[in-house]
Design a protein around this ligand. Sequence first.
Ligand SMILES: [Zn+2]
Length: 56
Amino acid sequence: MTKLSELGPPNLGREPAAELDHFYVCRNCGQLVDRRDLRQVIWHQNPEHERLEFDS
Ligand SMILES: [Zn+2]
């Protein structure tokens, strides 16, 4: 499992906007992706990725 934090820091300066509009379900792994977080978006664009492990 790759930890989210291993992909670098999240994008700064973005609005902490209202919730669910910003999520979509990845068609490859079925995980919920936060499209405000470019690391997650890019990660899930990889056709051979596995699910991300989130820091809790
Ligand atoms: Zn995915």
